[in-house]
Ligand binder design. Structure first.
Ligand code: HEM
Length: 506
């Protein structure tokens, strides 16, 4: 009797397990269907498929699996979004669910455990920092108040390129542009030019690389202690360099020994921040955040990294495309002669009238989005999008590089640089048109767009208006090297060189 009972219980248990297993399987299939994607091998998942230029590898995979694709990077479920319609679902319709950022080793080191803005968790601290940066640095009226800074630096830029033109030399355009962007941004952020104090640019370039590279330690945590790619070592070195620099500047202000060059028509961001040291950043709110040294340093790293490299990279690619397309340069110079004339440099007030310039810049952003995968987003809850199940804490990569090459959106000549495609088109790059989102969009969209766009428009307009440019060493336009280097931003792999000839009268 006992053995019959035991057998019955075993059978019942097996049946229940079978029903449970079957139900789980069917539920997964019907309600929890992940987007399609390549099968991930255990442990490293699809990481091995990314290669040196992950945005291009993901573009090719998306052509096979579709615009909402599921991959696994180590143990991290990742969704790759590659069409305007899909981007709208993730960045507008369900924006709030995808407004978080993943925790990564780079932000632990560089921004003291994500105490800045870019990699900071979505929530009240991030909201406060963002609001604060907009009111003291990035808002429209603030950006306009920096116009005299940009004007003075434009004069120095044109003078130094003109000297080179007289000497008949070849200019390292990448370096020259990097320098002027660094000077302009340093003046608005720090209130002075950092020229001789520290080589900030190499540190920032390294920061952008380390923040964007697929770091095994983030995806396969048990391998982190081995630091197989040497990334942690580089992160320590770079963050030490940056933090020592900001510590020194904070000390100087606290001790009243700042080296202010000239009286300014504005209060710079860094001085305002340091004046708040150890006080609540948001005194009227219920939950208050005391601003300490780490917060200041983290926010400064974000501001400097986000402004120097992005703006320089965008200008470099636009100038590269112009050197490859003399027809476009002729059109641009024609517009500049009509609006500005050949007797003076471009003024900021001319910019709204330069419609062809705007088309050229949009076209350059379409083919060369500065942040090819934007900045990774992360889901905060389980959600179904377009019939696909997206689990909580999935990483979302929006492939802006791929979207710029979509033939169904940009027609068969999607690979060609052709600014005229924006003629009579209402597509803008400010984040309302999901075909072109080089600044991202939604809650985590770029708050520095106005500062970046004003600076890059002015520099490009000036360089094309004041000079004719020629490639050195008899390189043909079609032969110009356009190799990319992947990181959080996507700069040219090699510097851009060209020979200037001054073209204004007087
Ligand atoms: C050509 C210039 C620039 C480009 C193309 C650019 C592009 C971007 C992109 C694609 C994102 C990510 C958006 C997303 O994840 O959805 C971003 C975020 C950000 N950008 Fe920019 N950016 C530029 C200039 C600037 C400047 C000048 C600053 C300010 C100093 C800045 C500050 C930031 C910050 C703080 C974030 C993070 C926002 C957040 O997570 O809430 N950017 N930018």
């Amino acid at each position: 009797m006992l053995s019959t009972m035991a057998l019955f219980l075993v059978l019942l248990g097996t049946l229940c397990s079978f029903i449970y297993f079957f139900r789980t399987l069917t539920t997964n299939k019907n309600d929890r269907k992940l987007p399609p994607g390549p099968t991930p091998p255990p442990i490293i998942g699809n990481l091995y498929m990314l290669g040196k230029l992950p945005h291009q590898s993901l573009h090719r995979l998306a052509q096979r699996y579709g615009p909402i694709m599921s991959i696994k990077l180590g143990h991290v479920p990742t969704i790759v979004v590659s069409s305007p319609e899909a981007a709208e679902l993730f960045l507008k319709v369900h924006d709030v669910v995808f407004a978080n950022r993943p925790k990564v080793q780079a932000s632990d080191y560089l921004t003291c455990g994500a105490k800045g803005m870019v990699f900071t968790e979505y929530g009240p601290y991030w909201r406060m920092v963002r609001k604060w940066c907009i009111s003291h640095l990035l808002g429209t009226w603030k950006v306009e108040s920096f116009a005299p800074v940009r004007k003075a630096d434009m004069v120095s830029l044109v003078e130094s390129v003109r000297t080179m033109a007289v000497e008949g030399g070849t200019l390292n355009l990448s370096q020259q542009v990097g320098k002027v962007v660094e000077v302009i941004m340093s003046r608005v952020i720090f209130g002075r030019c950092m020229d001789d104090e520290i080589e900030l640019k190499p540190l920032i370039e390294e920061t952008m690389y380390l923040a964007g590279v697929f770091n095994l330690s983030d995806y396969v945590p048990f391998l982190a202690p081995l630091d197989l790619q040497g990334i942690e070592r580089r992160l320590k070195r770079t963050s030490n360099g940056l933090h020592a620099f900001f510590d020194k500047l904070i000390d100087e202000i606290e001790q009243g020994s700042t080296n202010i060059e000239e009286p300014k028509s504005y209060t710079d961001f860094f001085h305002v921040m340091v004046s708040l040291l150890n006080t609540p950043m948001n005194p009227t709110d219920k939950v208050q955040y005391i601003i300490g040294r780490e917060n200041i340093k983290a926010i400064m790293v974000d501001m400097v990294a986000a402004s120097f490299d992005t703006t320089t990279t965008a200008i470099e690619w636009t100038l590269s495309e112009l050197l490859r397309h003399p027809r476009v340069v002729a059109g641009l110079q024609q517009e500049l002669e009509t609006v500005v004339g050949k007797n003076r440099m471009v003024e900021e007030s001319d910019l709204p009238k330069l419609t062809y310039l705007n088309m050229v810049i949009k076209e350059s952003f379409r083919l060369h989005p500065v942040a090819p995968l934007l900045v990774p987003h992360e889901s905060t809850e389980d959600i179904t999008v377009n019939g696909y199940f997206i689990p909580k804490i999935s990483r979302i990569l929006v492939n802006a590089w791929s979207m710029g090459r979509d033939r169904t959106v940009w027609s068969d000549n999607a690979e060609e640089f052709c600014p005229e495609r924006f003629e009579n088109s209402s597509i803008d790059l400010r984040g309302h048109d999901f075909q072109l989102i080089p600044f991202g969009t939604g809650r985590r969209g770029c708050p520095g767009m106005q500062l970046g766009l004003t600076t890059l428009r002015l520099i490009i307009a000036q360089l094309v208006h004041c000079f004719d440019w020629e490639l050195p060493d008899a390189i043909l336009p079609s032969e110009l090297d356009m190799t990319e280097k992947f990181g959080l931003t996507l700069p040219r792999a090699n510097h851009l060189f060209a020979k200037p000839t001054y073209r204004l009268v007087g």
